[in-house]
Design a protein around this ligand. Structure first.
Ligand SMILES: Cc1cc2nc3c(=O)[nH]c(=O)nc-3n(C[C@H](O)[C@H](O)[C@H](O)COP(=O)(O)OP(=O)(O)OC[C@H]3O[C@@H](n4cnc5c(N)ncnc54)[C@H](O)[C@@H]3O)c2cc1C
Length: 308
């Protein structure tokens, strides 16, 4: 840790937090300790915290006090998060109808915050009950994101529905031999910019780079070299596919941008392109293999993409 970082993290930040009466430093310390606990100890700790929270709301939040009494819910009997399924979902209409009863009886200085006319919600609920809708735009059109998303939602026939969360997310792509290892720190997935520039997807690469990282950590901790080998392995095993995806994306989106109608017509009449794409999606081929089949265009594109 450099002098500046050490000064800020050990002196300035703790002092700042203490003056503001925040317990951030203590929370961080306990999280740093807890990350090394065994899965059993972590599960026991989570259960204990969950029971404490349920006990607290059962005693001091009128809505939950009444609800627990009505359905015979005993927080001390909770053994896992599955037991929470006995509780009804906290929908927007329930919150609206019970705004006062949802306040802790000892809460002080409550202030109302609205989020631009939208209500806050938790992803756990959103993912289970609301369809997540996303669109991808090039960087230079970021200002149009909301408008285009709304158009898309309207097109899906969902225009009358209210959005729970509306959020933009910048996808970063790794270029060249960008550093993804620093001492004991390895970047994987989105943090390393390992996403497919054609489809903008990254789950597969996040998992794959996570696996490669884990293998390297195990090897290094068993005395088999340092972690620099992680970057070399990513370069050899992941980057060729991402570079091929970049070439395809560059050609596909570039054509779409310049001559949308002609390109859509052409792509409609060139089924082998789509067949190749679906073969990659099904895991039967790779972008790199498909690009290698068509030598001319990718070569030209590669020359135009100097930093790939
Ligand atoms: C709307 C949308 C749709 C997408 N659809 C697809 C798709 O269909 N298919 C696909 O392959 N990819 C898709 N992607 C991309 C994909 O989600 C990402 O590439 C992938 O999730 C990256 O995984 P990750 O583990 O690197 O990062 P993430 O999944 O982002 O995980 C990072 C985690 O770290 C947590 N975190 C961040 N900071 C801190 C901190 N300081 N302390 C503790 N935790 C922290 C975050 O909360 C998060 O849980 C989509 C992305 C978006 C935004």
């Amino acid at each position: 840790m450099g002098l500046y970082t050490s000064l800020v993290s050990n002196l300035v930040f703790p002092l700042h937090e203490r003056l503001k009466r925040h317990d951030t430093v203590a929370v961080r310390r306990s999280m740093e300790e807890a990350q090394w606990w065994s899965p059993e100890r972590l599960a026991a700790f989570q259960l204990q915290r969950l029971q404490a929270l349920l006990r607290e709301v059962g005693l001091h939040v009128p809505y939950y006090r009444d609800l627990f009494a009505k359905i015979g819910f005993d927080s001390d009997q909770v053994r896992s998060t599955t037991d929470l399924q006995r509780l009804p979902f906290l929908t927007k209409s329930v919150i609206r109808a019970n705004t006062e009863a949802l306040k802790h009886t000892q809460a002080q200085g409550l202030a109302r915050f609205n989020t631009g006319g939208q209500h806050l919600s938790f992803w756990v609920l959103s993912q289970r009950f609301l369809p997540p809708i996303g669109i991808v735009l090039p960087k230079d059109q970021a200002g149009e994101l909301k408008r285009h998303t709304q158009t898309f939602i309207d097109r899906l026939g969902l225009g009358a529905s209210e959005a729970e969360i509306s959020r933009g997310h910048k996808i970063r792509f790794r270029r060249g031999n960008e550093r993804i290892v620093d001492g004991n720190v390895l970047l994987a997935g989105d943090a390393a910019g390992l996403a497919d520039e054609f489809t903008q997807e990254g789950i597969y690469y996040a998992i794959e780079s996570g696996r490669i990282a884990a293998r390297n950590v195990l090897r290094a901790s068993a005395g088999g070299g340092d972690l620099a080998s992680y970057q070399a392995e990513i370069n050899a095993q992941v980057m060729p596919e991402l570079k091929a995806a970049r070439l395809i994306g560059f050609m596909f989106h570039g054509m779409l941008h310049r001559a949308a109608r002609a390109w859509m017509f052409a792509s409609d009449h060139t089924p082998f392109l789509w067949n190749a794409f679906f073969a990659v999606q099904r895991g039967e081929s790779t972008y790199a293999r498909e690009v290698a089949r068509v030598p001319l265009l990718p070569r030209i594109a590669e020359r135009m993409l100097k930093d790939s």
